[in-house]
Design a protein around this ligand. Structure first.
Ligand code: ZN
Ligand code: ZN
Length: 991
C-alpha cells in the first residue's frame, strides 16, 4: 500500500503541487540541521529526526503556510579526511601531501557526495517531503563564499584576529580541536602520579613539593601556584624540609609512605615570590634561560585541596589555567612540543621524543637527580580525539580566533528571546553552557574544509581578509584557475599588498562549526541573494537532538551574533537520542545497530513514523521491536475503523454533501452529539499541541480519539443502527456524524502517517464530495466548532460506559449471554452526573445492556429486590447495578433468535457473500418449543441475515443442495442452518 502511494506521489508530482498551492501563504522558514554524510544507512535516530521535521512541515503546510524546506548536508571535516586516509593507507599529514592534495580533495568530495546521495534516497524512501533537488551542501562554492563573508564581517567589527591560545591538540591529526569536540570522547588512561621536589633557592635541603600526572610538562615548568588563603606547612622528613598545604599532610604521608614532622604553619600568601630551581634545568636548556620564572605565584581560583599538595606545578604552555595565571603574573611561556606531539630541540635530552613516551625517562631522570619523592600510578578519565582516539595534549599555539567572550550578555539576551521547547533546555542547559563562553578558535590545520580567507604579506606581514570569490579574482596577481574554492587551488592564488609585497594564503581551513553555524544564511545564498535573505531570515524553526545544544544550536547563535547581531532562529525544539533496549547508543561495532530501513521493511513506513513520534520528544527513545509491533496494532485498528465506516456508507450510498449536521440537528441521538463533542474537542487540542510542537501529545490525543472514542465506543454503539435494511434517517444521521469525525481525524493524522491517510483518502473519501482536492494534503485543516463541545455530555458518557461494562461483568458471572435480553436493569447511585447520564443516554443504555427497561431506584427501595435468585447485584464505582433474571417467553425468543442470527451471519462470511446479497435460509430446530420461539422472531431474523425466504422446521435434518449447511449447538441443543445465495437459486431455476 505504501509503495503504491509513494509511486502515485512521484507520478502525480504531489509534493510539488502541495508546495505550489501553499506558496502564497505566510512564510515559515524551517532550517534543517545538516547531518554529516558519514554513512549510507541512516541510523534510527537520524531518521527519527527527519520524521519529526517532515511532520512539522506537513502540518504547517496543511495550515496554509509557505514552508521553506531545504535539507542540508555537513560535507567538510576531519572524519571524511580520516576515511580517505584509511581507504588509501595514508598515515599522516606529510603522507597526504605526497599522496597529492588535489587527488585527496577530489576523493573527500566524492565520499561526501556519494554518501549524501545514499542518505537522500533513504530519507525519500521514508516519505520525507523536502526539497531534495536543492539540498544545501557546505562544500559548494556559494556556501564557502558565505563563510568568507561571515569572517569578513567579524574582521570589520574587530572581532577576528590571530592570537595566542592554549588549545586541545590531537598529535595524530596535527590540529586543534574545538571545546565541543574535546568533550565528545573520554577514555580511562593509566598515567604516572608523581611527587616532585623543587629545590628552594639558597635553602639547602628545602623543597617545594608538587604533584603531577603529566611528567612530560615538567620541562616546560615556569612556576608554582599556591592559594593565598590556605594554611601551608614547613615539615621535616628524613633530614629534608618540604613546603606544601598543611591540610594535605596526612594524605601525602599515606600516599608517599613518608612521615612528616610539622615545623611551622603560615598562610599561602607568605610564599609569594619564593624562588626555586627547575629540577630538570641541567637536561633541558630552555629551563636555564628563563627570565623571571621559577617562582611561586598566587591563585585563589585554581588551587584546591581536593588532590595533590596545594602547590601546583605551572606550565602556561600546556594548561589553560596555568596560562591565565601566568599572564597575570608575568611568568614566561615555554612550549616545547611540536605539531606531532614531539619535543622540540630546545627540550634538550628529550628532543624528538613523543611526549607520553618520554614520561618514564623523565621519571628516571628525576629519580637519579634526587628530585623524586614518590612515583605511583593513577587511572583517570582523559579526553581523546573523537576521530582517531589518540590522547589529546594541551599546548599554546597561535590560532585565528573570533572574540566572543566579551559578548556573553548579548548571547544570554538572545537565548531569552528565543522559544525553547522544552523550556529547561534553553533556560538551564544552554545558559549554563554559555557561562563558560570562550573566544572561538576557528583555524584548523587540515585540508578538507572551507579555506581560511586570510592572505598574509611576506614583506610587511599585514593580513587581508577576502569576502568573496569575485574579490579574490579582482585582487589576484595573475589570472587564477579555480575549479573550486578548495585547497590546493586556492593556495596558489597570490595577492598584491599595498606595500608592494606579495601576499600568500594562510594555509589553515576553518572550524566546520563555523560553517554549519552559518547555515541559516548560506543556504539562502547570502549575501549574493539579498532578496531571499530579506524575505526568509531569520529561521522560524529548528529541531535537533539534545547533543546539539552545545553544538549546532550554539554554533548558529555564535555565527548569528557575530555576523548579524542576533540569534538566527526563533523557535528551537530539542529531541532525545535513539538508544537500544538497554539504553546504550546503537553502533555497528556494538552489534546493536538497527537502521530505519530494517524497521520499514518489517513494519512499514507509517509504523516507523508512528512509533518514533509517540515517544516523548525530548526523552530518549529505547528501541524495541516489540514496541514497534504494538504500535503497528493501533494503525490496524485505525485502518479497520475507516474500512468499516466506508463499507457501510458506500453500501447505503451515503452522500455527505447532502447531509449537513446543522440540518440534522434535531435527529441527532445523544451519542451522536457526544461524538461531535469529542471530535471538536480533539480538533482544538491537537491543533494547539501541534502549534506548540508537542507532536507526541498530539499523536496520543488523536489515538485516544480514533481507537477509544471511535473504534471501541461509537462504532460499537452504532453497529445495529447501520445494519438495518432501510435507508432510515437515523442511519443517515449516524453516517453524517461518523463522516465528520473521520474526516477531521484523517486530516489531523496526515502529518504523522501520510501514507495510511493518503490511501484511505483516495479509496474512501476522494469521490465522496465533488470539491475534494487531489490529495489528502490539500484538505483544509479542521476548525473546532465550539458549539458542539459539551462537558456534560462527555462526563455523562463516562458514567454510561461504566454502567454498560458493569452489566456486562454481571452477565458474565451469571453465564447470561449478551444476546439474551433481560426484563430490567436497575441502578442505584448517589451521583447526580450518573443519574443524568441514565436520562441522557437512556436509549443507548437499554440497547447496550440489552434490556427492556433501565431505571434508577433509590437506596431505600433496595429492600424490595432481595430475592437473590431473581436479582443479580453488583457494586461499581458510582453505585450499584441490579439485573432482573426472570425471563419471559418473548425474551427467551429474542435471545434464541439473536443466537441463530449470529451463527448465520458467521456462515454468510464463510460463504464469502457480499454484504448486500440476499439469501434463502432454513433452520431445523431440535423441538417444537425452539421452533415456535424462533418463529416469533422470524421477521427479525430474516432482516438481519438478509433472507428473502426463511423456513423454520423440526424433525429429521435433511441436507438440501445447493445450500451451505452447518450444525450448531446452542445451549446444548442441536440446530441445523442452511443458507443459499438467492441469485444462484434464481439462475438454477431459469436454467
Ligand atoms: Zn586525532
Ligand atoms: Zn605588505
Amino acid at each position: 500500500m505504501e509503495a503504491e502511494v509513494q509511486q502515485a506521489w512521484v507520478r502525480d508530482r504531489t509534493y510539488e503541487l502541495v508546495k505550489k498551492v501553499r506558496s502564497s501563504g505566510e512564510k515559515f522558514y524551517f532550517l534543517d540541521g545538516p547531518p554529516f554524510p558519514s554513512s549510507d544507512t541512516p541510523h534510527i535516530g537520524t531518521s527519527w529526526n527527519k520524521v519529526i521535521k517532515d511532520t512539522v512541515i506537513r502540518y504547517k503546510r496543511s495550515r496554509g503556510y509557505n514552508v521553506r524546506d531545504q535539507p542540508g548536508y555537513d560535507c567538510h571535516g576531519l572524519p571524511i579526511e580520516l576515511a580517505i586516509e584509511q581507504k588509501f593507507g595514508v598515515k599522516s599529514k606529510k603522507e597526504i601531501e605526497s599522496f597529492g592534495l588535489e587527488r585527496f580533495i577530489v576523493e573527500c568530495r566524492r565520499f561526501a557526495e556519494t554518501n549524501a546521495a545514499a542518505m537522500t534516497a533513504a530519507f525519500q524512501n521514508l516519505g520525507i517531503w523536502m526539497d531534495w533537488n536543492q539540498a544545501y551542501m557546505t562544500h559548494l562554492d556559494y556556501y564557502i563564499e558565505c563563510d568568507w563573508w561571515g569572517l569578513k564581517q567579524a574582521w570589520s567589527k574587530g572581532l577576528f584576529e590571530h592570537g595566542q591560545r592554549v588549545v586541545h591538540w590531537c598529535p595524530r591529526c596535527e590540529t586543534v580541536l574545538s571545546d565541543y569536540e574535546v568533550v565528545l570522547e573520554y577514555k580511562m588512561l593509566r598515567d604516572p602520579s608523581i611527587y616532585v621536589k623543587f629545590p628552594v633557592v639558597d635553602k639547602p635541603n628545602e623543597y617545594i613539593l608538587i604533584w603531577t600526572t603529566t611528567p612530560w610538562t615538567l620541562p616546560s615548568n615556569v612556576g608554582v601556584m599556591v592559594n593565598p588563603d590556605f594554611q601551608y606547612a614547613r615539615v621535616r622528613s628524613d633530614g629534608e624540609t618540604y613546603i606544601f598545604a598543611k591540610e594535605r599532610m596526612e594524605t601525602v604521608a599515606n600516599e608517599t609512605g613518608h612521615s612528616f614532622e610539622l615545623l611551622e604553619a603560615f598562610p599561602g600568601s607568605k610564599l609569594e615570590g619564593l624562588r626555586y630551581r627547575g629540577p630538570l634545568e641541567n637536561l633541558v636548556p630552555a629551563q636555564l634561560n628563563l627570565q623571571s620564572g621559577h617562582r611561586v605565584v598566587l591563585s585563589k581560583e585554581y588551587v584546591t585541596l581536593t588532590e595533590g599538595t596545594g602547590c601546583v606545578h605551572s606550565a602556561p604552555g600546556h594548561g589553560e589555567e596555568d596560562y591565565e595565571v601566568g599572564i597575570r603574573n608575568n611568568l614566561p611561556l615555554l612550549m616545547l612540543v611540536d605539531d606531532q606531539g614531539k619535543f622540540l630541540p630546545e627540550a634538550g635530552k628529550y628532543a624528538g621524543k613523543s611526549v607520553r613516551d618520554a614520561n618514564p625517562e623523565i621519571i628516571d631522570d628525576l629519580k637519579s637527580l634526587g628530585a623524586l619523592l614518590h612515583a605511583g600510578e593513577i587511572e583517570h578519565r582523559s579526553p581523546v580525539c573523537w576521530r582517531c582516539k589518540t590522547p589529546l595534549i594541551i599546548r599554546a599555539t597561535k590560532q585565528w580566533l573570533i572574540h566572543i567572550a566579551q559578548l556573553k550578555d548579548l548571547f544570554i539576551k538572545e537565548v531569552d528571546s528565543t522559544l525553547w521547547i522544552p523550556t529547561w533546555a534553553g533556560a538551564n542547559q544552554f545558559k549554563n553552557w554559555l557561562q563558560g563562553l570562550k573566544d572561538w578558535v576557528i583555524s584548523r590545520q587540515r585540508f578538507w574544509g572551507t579555506p581560511l580567507p586570510v592572505w598574509s604579506c611576506t614583506s610587511c606581514k599585514r593580513d587581508k581578509i577576502i569576502g568573496s570569490k569575485q574579490e579574490l579574482l579582482d585582487n589576484a596577481l595573475s589570472k587564477a584557475d579555480l575549479p573550486t574554492l578548495h585547497r590546493p587551488w586556492v593556495d596558489a592564488v597570490k595577492l598584491r599588498c599595498d606595500c608592494g609585497g606579495e601576499m600568500i594564503r594562510v594555509q589553515d581551513v576553518i572550524d566546520v562549526w563555523f560553517e554549519s553555524g552559518g547555515a541559516s544564511l548560506a543556504c539562502l545564498g547570502h549575501p549574493a541573494n539579498a532578496k531571499e535573505t530579506k524575505f526568509w531570515w531569520p529561521a522560524d524553526f529548528i529541531v535537533e537532538g539534545r547533543d546539539q545544544i552545545t553544538a549546532w544550536f550554539f554554533g548558529l547563535l555564535r555565527h548569528g551574533i557575530v555576523t548579524m547581531g542576533r540569534c538566527p532562529y526563533k523557535t528551537v525544539l530539542m529531541h532525545g537520542f535513539a538508544l537500544d533496549a538497554q539504553g546504550r547508543e546503537m553502533h555497528k561495532s556494538l552489534g546493536n545497530f538497527v537502521s530505519a530501513n530494517e524497521v520499514v521493511q518489517k513494519f512499514g513506513r507509517d509504523a516507523f513514523r508512528y512509533y518514533v513520534l509517540q515517544t516523548t520528544l525530548w526523552e530518549d527513545l529505547q528501541f524495541t521491536w516489540d514496541a514497534v509491533r504494538q504500535h503497528q496494532g493501533d494503525l490496524s485498528t485505525i485502518w479497520n475503523t475507516f474500512v468499516f465506516a466506508s463499507t457501510y456508507m458506500s453500501l447505503d450510498r451515503f452522500a455527505p454533501a447532502k447531509l449537513s449536521l446543522k440540518r440534522l440537528g434535531k435527529s441527532l441521538r445523544p451519542e451522536d452529539r457526544w461524538l461531535l463533542s469529542r471530535t471538536n474537542r480533539t480538533i482544538k487540542e491537537v491543533t494547539s499541541l501541534m502549534d506548540a510542537y508537542k507532536i507526541h501529545e498530539a499523536l496520543r490525543t488523536l489515538k485516544t480519539f480514533l481507537v477509544e472514542d471511535l473504534s471501541h465506543t461509537y462504532i460499537r454503539y452504532v453497529r445495529r443502527r447501520t445494519w438495518v435494511e432501510k435507508r432510515t434517517r437515523d442511519k443517515q444521521v449516524a453516517y453524517a456524524t461518523l463522516y465528520s469525525a473521520l474526516k477531521s481525524a484523517l486530516i489531523m493524522l496526515t502529518p504523522i502517517t501520510p501514507f495510511l491517510t493518503e490511501s484511505i483518502y483516495q479509496h474512501m473519501f476522494r469521490n465522496a464530495e465533488a470539491k475534494n482536492p487531489e490529495t489528502v494534503h490539500l484538505l483544509e485543516w479542521p476548525e473546532c466548532d465550539s458549539k458542539w463541545v459539551s462537558d456534560s455530555l462527555e462526563e455523562e458518557m463516562k458514567g454510561a460506559q461504566n454502567v454498560i461494562s458493569t452489566v456486562a461483568v454481571v452477565r458474565m458471572g451469571k453465564g447470561l449471554k449478551q444476546r439474551q435480553p433481560v426484563p430490567q436493569v436497575l441502578v442505584i447511585s448517589e451521583s447526580k452526573a450518573l443519574r443524568n447520564a441514565l436520562k441522557t443516554y437512556a436509549g443507548l443504555l437499554r440497547d447496550q445492556t440489552n434490556t427492556r427497561r433501565l431505571k434508577p431506584i433509590s437506596k431505600d427501595s433496595l429492600s424490595q429486590f432481595t430475592d437473590s435468585n431473581r436479582f443479580a447485584k453488583t457494586d461499581f464505582s458510582e453505585g450499584t447495578v441490579l439485573i432482573d433474571l426472570k425471563l419471559s417467553k418473548s425474551e427467551l425468543a429474542e435471545g434464541l433468535a439473536r443466537d441463530a442470527v449470529r451463527r448465520m451471519q458467521q456462515m454468510r462470511k464463510e460463504m464469502d457473500l457480499k454484504v448486500d446479497s440476499f439469501v434463502h435460509a432454513y433452520v431445523v430446530a431440535p423441538s417444537k418449543k425452539e421452533a415456535s420461539l424462533l418463529k416469533m422472531k422470524s421477521s427479525y431474523i430474516a432482516g438481519e441475515i438478509r433472507a428473502k425466504q426463511l423456513k423454520i422446521t423440526t424433525g429429521e435434518t435433511k441436507v438440501l443442495q445447493p445450500y451451505y449447511t452447518k450444525r450448531w449447538q446452542i445451549d446444548g441443543m442441536n440446530f441445523e442452518f442452511g443458507l443459499c445465495e438467492t441469485s444462484k437459486l434464481n439462475r438454477k431455476t431459469t436454467a
